[in-house]
Design a protein around this ligand. Sequence first.
Ligand SMILES: [Fe+2]
Ligand SMILES: [Fe+2]
Length: 280
Amino acid sequence: MTKVRITVLCENTVGHRIGTGEHGYSAFIEAARGNYLFDTGNGHSVVANSLAFDKDLRSIKKIFLSHGHYDHTGGLPDVLKLRKDVDVHGHPHIFSDRVSVLREKDKETRRFVGIPYKKSYLELLGARFLFNSDFVEIDSGMFLTGEVPRQTDFEKPDPRLFTEMDGKISPDTFPDDQSLILDTEKGLVLVLGCAHSGMINIIDHVVHKMKKEKFHAILGGTHLDFLTPEQLEASIRSLKQIEVEKIGVSHCTGMKAASRLYQEFGERFFHGSVGSVLEI
Ligand SMILES: [Fe+2]
Ligand SMILES: [Fe+2]
């Protein structure tokens, strides 16, 4: 692919004069072949930020969903009301019931964190769901990872996240977590949602599937701040072995992990706040 521009549309922080922050992630991708939307944020800012940054949601060819959490999918109805009939790519498990469980002393708080809308409602608004479990080429030079094998011994799932079935909860294994790959003339560009499969597991899977090792950029949510300091340091050590020119983290990376990445990667690091742009 040549001439690609990726704009962070929804994210927790705002680094510009304009735009609104929220707990969520979305990236608007402009390519020679058309425009695409990767995730939709939680619903609070996707339309407002698309107007602020002059990105026409009516023009998108496809929507990609990284996984079935509300902060990546809650903007779907607003986007669909503007775009109508559009392909929405995701894993077959994105509609699982998901909860987060917060345990403080003797108190337990459960919160629903899955896709906040029924599939049938989203279809009524024009979503054409296309499900994939495996690695797939969506358009020329544009791929979805499919399910990511868990290979590293240091990347552990977030212990607060569960799936719920018949009132019983079990740890969420996130089979639906997938990332987008753009094969550009400068190298691979990897866009992560929350990286629930583990950022290094995802990168290893991409290298294996693409048979290429050079990354021009790695963008998106890395989930590094929710895990142990040991896991963060082990992830950074692995990341330093990878050939990557730019690391533009967002969302669930968190300030502590982002600061560590800046310390290690210096000018190759940038914070992917709302309105940040990567041009290839
Ligand atoms: Fe997230
Ligand atoms: Fe998530």
